[in-house]
Write a protein that binds this ligand. Structure first.
Ligand code: C2E
Ligand code: MG
Ligand code: MG
Ligand code: MG
Length: 287
């Protein structure tokens, strides 16, 4: 009986695998159409300095509005697209779009803002990335310090030697680097100390429990201390409540991002939102 069960298990496993492969191929085809038909857009989530409420800039987050499926979450489609040849194309589209937005901000009364862009592993290790960034910055008159690249620990771990070389090159150009989702990956403290980064983003999964869970609170507190000792800045992500905000501020985190400050703002609403928040004195902008 055990044998029969095992056999069935294998068939189910195979079927699931086929479905996954099918879904991926289908998804890639649909995503290619989506790019041509303007179904992708960006949402911008504000990053603000603790205490002063100075608006430092935004994280660019990809949005897909599918005519039939409605909103498709990047958390669902990016992991599937990452192993396709289309991901690189989409990633470069995001950079171009984000640079255009910064150009618009520069030109319309909001200069010196930063945009943080999430890079997939394939893009980060693409030899064409530094040149592409240079060309984009020139074309859009965006200063290098206005561009921050977000990498996850897993991107780094996949090829640490090559990753470090790219990081050094990107920083030589004057761009900033952030380690995203910090604490959820497989990096070790020993190479955090040699990473040429500017920001560490503490993952929402730790932040969301700091007021209730003493372990998470201690992890976050000591991580912030360590990161500051390494002369990196701390971005707290996924901050949703004033209690979390106050605690992270007290622990010494520099920047805050999360629903407590603002949800990601659809690009079409960016001007009206800035008008409202900045002119009301709620957010300060850099000069
Ligand atoms: P991430 O880079 O860690 O981005 C933060 C995610 O947390 C975003 O989800 C954001 O909407 C969400 N978030 C921010 N504040 C809060 C909060 O206070 N509470 C809660 N519950 N959530 C919050 P989103 O936009 O769904 O993106 C998910 C992930 O997809 C991103 O995680 C990133 O890894 C990836 N992603 C998004 N856009 C891009 C892109 O353009 N390129 C690449 N390669 N990946 C992207
Ligand atoms: Mg990110
Ligand atoms: Mg993150
Ligand atoms: Mg995250």
């Amino acid at each position: 009986e055990a044998k029969a069960k095992k056999g069935t298990g294998y068939r189910v496993y195979d079927a699931t695998m086929n479905l996954k492969v099918m879904q991926k191929v289908e998804l890639e085809a649909e995503a290619r159409v989506a790019l041509r038909e303007n179904q992708f857009s960006l949402a911008l989530q504000p990053q603000v300095e603790f205490g002063s409420n100075k608006l430092i800039g935004f994280e660019a987050l990809l949005r897909w509005y599918h005519p039939v499926r409605g909103h498709v979450s990047p958390a669902d489609f990016i992991p599937l697209l990452e192993s396709t040849s289309f991901m690189l194309e989409l990633d470069y589209w995001v950079i171009n779009k984000a640079m255009y937005l910064v150009q618009e901000l520069n030109a319309n009364g909001y200069p010196n803002m930063k945009v943080a862009i999430n890079l997939s592993a394939g893009q980060f290790l693409d030899p064409g990335l530094p040149d592409f960034l240079k060309k984009q910055m020139d074309a859009h008159a965006v200063g290098p310090s206005q561009l921050c690249l977000e990498l996850t620990e897993n991107v780094l771990v996949s090829d640490i030697t090559r990753a470090t070389a790219v990081m050094l090159k990107v920083r030589e150009m004057g761009c900033l680097l952030a380690i995203d989702d910090f604490g959820t990956g497989y990096s070790s403290l020993s190479y955090l100390k040699s990473l040429p980064a500017d920001y560490i983003k503490i993952d929402r999964s730790f932040v969301s429990n700091i007021t209730e869970n003493a372990d998470d609170r201690n992890i976050v507190h000591s991580t912030i201390g360590m990161v500051k000792n390494l002369n990196l800045q701390v971005v707290a992500e996924g901050v949703e409540t004033i209690e979390q905000y106050d605690m992270l501020n007290e622990f010494g985190a520099e920047l805050v991002q999360g629903y407590f400050i603002s949800r990601p703002i659809p690009e079409a609403q960016i001007w009206s939102t800035l008008e409202e928040k900045v002119h009301a004195g709620y957010w300060q902008t850099p000069n």
